[in-house]
Design a protein around this ligand. Structure first.
Ligand SMILES: [Zn+2]
Ligand SMILES: [Zn+2]
Length: 410
């Protein structure tokens, strides 16, 4: 008995050691060749960057050569990026009556940048337009609304955002909306309310992607139960590797794959690394207290705390935390692929919305290193192209088709 158990353990250890996370490792030169080919051919799509607030609040110009931000035109060029979804994010503490106004200002700031740099940037609202811009040698710019609170409980706001070019909405941010529970809040509605279900229905009808990043687990499952088209997680990582309530469990990854959707891996250190997340938890109270004090100072002058100020307050408190290597992103991709399949994974950096990016992935210019790492791990050219953007194009096309079908008279 004892002996056979030992043999079993031995076999188990051997089998674990023999099976790398994804598949066989490639020799370095072959991996380099695969990566270079993929970098030339793939349309790399990042589904989440919070850069518009920098444009609006700090007069940030995307062409700035020494940009202090994570996304800029020179960095997108170095990063071989094909398309960026800029997030129209408004903090949940923003005065409710001003949410739409703020979103319109952010949308305007994106259009202003695209207009100013129309030689290299183009607005895209369909998958075909992303491909067309790529053929023209331009970066495709798209937009997603981050947080269902930004419709101010008015379904018509969705129609307006859609007309303005917005192609996804994240159902919640860090707090519950009046119709959906967030992973960052106490459950209030037990998932989606009737109005929440109407929101999903309206988005499907419009052909706008439903984004389940940030929502509570129950909201996620409720959304899948009513969604008529594949959904996305625009910036979510794996909970099995890093236990953040905002990351996706294996069961959720499987359910999303069944729905035909795509989860785009978030690059934030605290969603990738358990060690970073644990260390962060220890200083969280202090960070929150300092941010709350700063917010109160700004509020007393009738202003909101700008994101750059927030970063300045946080940086000294974060400086000793164990920042993971960029290979942690590849670990999450490996895991998501293993659980859900290579057809259901993508990239959602969260650049310019995170206060810590992994070492070696400080900004969008570093994406080729991730592609090289994945090539070293043995991903095929075909799978790499899907993960880097092909899956998102597929979902976008399906969402567009379902919208057309729902709108067409029976
Ligand atoms: Zn964001
Ligand atoms: Zn977010």
């Amino acid at each position: 008995m004892q002996k056979s158990r030992r043999t079993l353990v031995f076999l188990l250890v051997c089998s674990l050691a023999a099976v790398p996370l994804y598949s066989s490792q490639r020799p370095p030169t072959e991996a380099e060749k695969t990566a270079e080919k993929v970098l030339q051919q793939a349309i790399i799509i990042d589904t989440h960057a919070d850069t518009p607030q920098m444009m609006l609040d700090h007069g940030y110009d995307l062409a700035q050569p020494d940009s202090p931000f994570m996304v800029s035109i020179p960095k997108m060029r170095q990063g071989h990026l094909g398309a960026e979804f800029f997030s129209i994010w408004v903090d949940v503490t923003w005065p409710k009556q001003d949410l739409i106004h703020r979103a319109l200002d952010l949308i305007d700031a994106v259009y202003e940048q695209v207009g100013r740099h129309s030689d290299v940037l183009g607005m895209a609202t369909t998958a075909d337009e992303i491909v067309r811009l790529r053929l023209q040698g331009k970066f495709a710019i798209l937009m997603g609304i981050e947080g269902g609170h930004i419709i101010q409980d008015d379904l018509r706001a969705l129609d307006i955002y859609y007309r303005l070019g917005v192609r996804y909405m994240t159902l919640t941010h860090t707090a519950n909306t009046d119709w959906a529970d967030s992973s960052g809040d106490q459950p209030r509605w037990n998932g989606l309310t009737d109005l929440g279900k109407q929101v999903v229905e309206r988005m499907n009808r419009l052909g706008m992607m439903v984004d389940i990043s940030h929502v509570s687990d129950k909201t996620f499952y409720d959304t899948l139960a009513v969604a008529k088209a594949p959904v996305i997680a625009s910036h979510s990582s794996c909970r099995a590797l890093c236990n953040a309530p905002r990351n996706m469990t294996d069961d959720m990854i499987r359910a999303l794959a069944k729905n035909g959707g795509v989860m785009d891996i978030n690059f934030y250190s605290g969603f990738l690394s358990q060690a970073y997340s644990d260390a962060h938890e220890k200083i969280e109270k202090q960070v929150d207290a300092e941010l709350a004090a700063a917010r109160a100072r700004y509020a007393s002058q009738g202003k909101q705390l700008p994101y750059l100020e927030e970063l300045k307050i946080e940086q000294p408190l974060l400086k000793d935390l164990p920042v993971p290597s960029y290979t942690a992103i590849a670990d999450h991709i490996d895991h998501a692929v293993k659980v859900g399949g290579a057809e259901h994974v993508g990239l959602g950096s969260d650049f310019d919305g995170i206060d810590s990016a992994p070492r070696g992935m400080e900004d969008v210019s570093k994406i080729p290193d991730l592609v090289r790492e994945l090539a070293r791990r043995g991903y095929s050219e075909e799978d790499l192209k899907k993960i880097l953007g092909g899956n998102l194009l597929r979902v976008m096309r399906q969402v567009e088709r379902v919208g057309r079908e729902m709108r067409s008279p029976k």
